[in-house]
Ligand binder design. Structure first.
Ligand code: HEM
Length: 491
């Protein structure tokens, strides 16, 4: 543990509060956009398809960006106050760039009607467009700004940790694999952060190449690129971003859970092997997004299936075993923080299982581009990542005793879980009924049952989304007023 002066502690806290407020404001707004989409699909409101897709684009990019930013901010705070000094100047620079990127994307989508979806799949952002031309350039530049921000922020954390622990190999835990005695323990959060953020930087760089090519085409329309190559770039970026968001949050679960169970959770050989394997699988599992691309080399399909199946073993199985070992007979008091962490791991497991099912080629032939896909990634993002983030927000605002006593917050959590379970079930049932994803509404479907079932499921989902918002705002009531006070002052 490093020693920080009171002023330095306070500075880091202000910094994480700034990120937290941004998350707390943007997250329900993005949920409201999701609600609008479901209301339209459920035929309760009627919006133009162009508006629907602009909303879908902002919702998708916004959610992925906001959740990654908050998971990054949580790691920054825990690492910067415990394991190595991090520059607040650099932190605020990253924060300002991120805000600039978010504002740019919001203007491009809500004013310019920018609507190609999060993937900007080439040649889509340039052909048959329904949006203003300037919004294309603005969205591409905003995404580049976000990428630059995340590369700078991630590199800063990893390089500061590497300096503190004498090099990246130590951070990856390789000294645990030899016969020599380990001189300095590496906390799991430092190893997981390093693995996640190095993979993140690799994907941001590929994302940057993709975006720079699009930017070149924006300025010089006569240019053309290989669509298959660009699809590989964007899915490598997108798949990795979502994966590392989860892993960054797991970093703080490893760090904070022992404070509630009273059991140590240390780095050892098994953890090192499993997380190092995970590094490999994060980079290659995205091949399952390419199954339908007949022009791709066939070997990629086999590779995608094997990597996707294998990716669920090391980090997931080992972490879940670790979670069970943490709780088993531990006499943990079920305050909101350990509850949110445990349920978050369950959400990750359920969504992860649904993802692995879909990554089986035989199943993917049927479920591809049905609602099953949003079902699985919404499960581990909403009931995994978001629960980890809520647990973290309670951690920085509540003392141990306060989070045990806070009944309204616990009620809020259970409303959130109930609402999420209902909302997600409608996505899964949609998948099982072959309801296509990314349809603004189902009125144009020539199959009556697709229209009727799709609209009905969306209608029911909308009711559950309201429950999610009620639960979320109930928890907010506990968090918001305590953000200003350091919880140590209230102990
Ligand atoms: C209560 C919260 C949420 C609601 C109500 C909601 C709702 C929706 C809806 C209705 C769609 C369109 C699905 C379709 O018809 O294909 C969608 C798409 C999407 N959502 Fe959410 N969502 C929520 C949370 C999240 C979270 C936490 C994430 C985190 C990454 C997320 C990321 C996305 C993405 C990336 C898409 C676009 C998928 C695509 O391109 O097909 N959403 N969401």
């Amino acid at each position: 543990m490093i020693q920080l002066s009171f002023e330095e502690q306070k500075g880091q806290r202000k910094f994480v509060v700034a990120w937290s407020i941004t998350f707390l404001v943007l997250f329900p707004v993005l949920i409201a956009l999701g609600l609008l989409m479901r209301l339209n699909q459920g035929e309760i409101i009627a919006m133009q398809p162009t508006t629907f897709y602009a909303i879908m684009t902002l919702h998708g990019l916004g959610m992925a960006g906001v959740l990654f930013s908050m998971s990054f901010a949580g790691l920054w705070y825990l690492i910067g106050t415990r394991y190595t000094k991090l520059s607040l100047g650099m932190g605020y620079f990253v924060f300002a760039l991120t805000l600039a990127g978010v504002i740019g994307l919001t203007v491009a989508t809500l004013i310019g009607n920018y609507a190609p979806g999060w993937y900007l799949l080439y040649p889509l952002p340039f052909v048959g467009t329904s949006w203003e031309e300037w919004s294309n350039g603005m969205a591409i530049i905003s995404l580049i700004i976000l990428g630059v921000a995340w590369i700078i922020g991630s590199s800063h954390i990893v390089s500061a940790l590497a300096k503190e622990y004498d090099g990246a190999f130590n951070l990856l835990g390789w000294q645990y694999l030899g016969k020599k005695e380990v001189k300095r323990e590496v906390p799991p959060i430092a190893m997981i952060t390093t693995i996640s953020l190095i993979a993140g930087v690799m994907s941001f760089l590929i994302g940057a190449v993709f975006l720079l090519l699009l930017l070149l085409k924006y300025f010089e329309p006569s240019l053309s690129f290989d669509p298959l190559l660009l699809k590989n770039y964007v899915f490598f970026f997108g798949h990795t971003l979502v994966n590392i968001t989860l892993y960054c949050c797991l970093g703080w679960v490893y760090e904070l859970l022992p404070e509630f169970t009273g059991r140590e959770w240390k780095t050892n050989k098994v953890l090192v092997y499993s997380w190092n394997c995970t590094f490999f699988f994060i980079l290659f599992a995205y091949f399952h997004h390419l199954y339908m691309d007949f022009a791709q080399p066939m070997i990629f399909n086999y590779f995608g299936q094997i990597a996707s199946f294998s990716s669920s073993v090391p980090a997931s199985a080992i972490t879940m075993f670790g979670i069970i070992a943490q709780f088993y007979h531990s006499k943990t008091k079920w305050g909101i923080i350990p509850t949110a962490f445990l349920l978050g791991v369950a959400g990750w497991a359920i969504g992860g299982f649904a993802a692995v099912v879909d990554s089986a080629i035989a199943v993917n032939k049927i479920l591809h581009n049905t609602m099953w896909v949003p079902a699985h990634f919404h499960t581990y993002m909403l009931c995994g990542v978001v629960l980890f983030i809520l647990g973290f927000l309670f951690y920085i605002t509540h003392s141990k005793a306060e989070q045990e006593r806070n009944k309204p917050a616990k009620i809020g959590l259970w409303l959130f879980i109930t609402g999420s379970a209902g909302f997600l079930s409608m996505f899964y049932m949609g998948g099982l009924n072959s309801i296509p994803r990314r349809y603004a509404d189902y009125a144009s479907s020539p199959i009556a049952s697709t229209h009727d079932t799709g609209a009905l499921l969306a209608y029911i989902a909308a009711i559950f989304i309201v429950l999610i918002l009620v639960g979320l705002l109930t928890m907010y009531a506990s968090i918001i007023f305590r953000l200003g006070a350091d919880k140590r002052e209230t102990l």
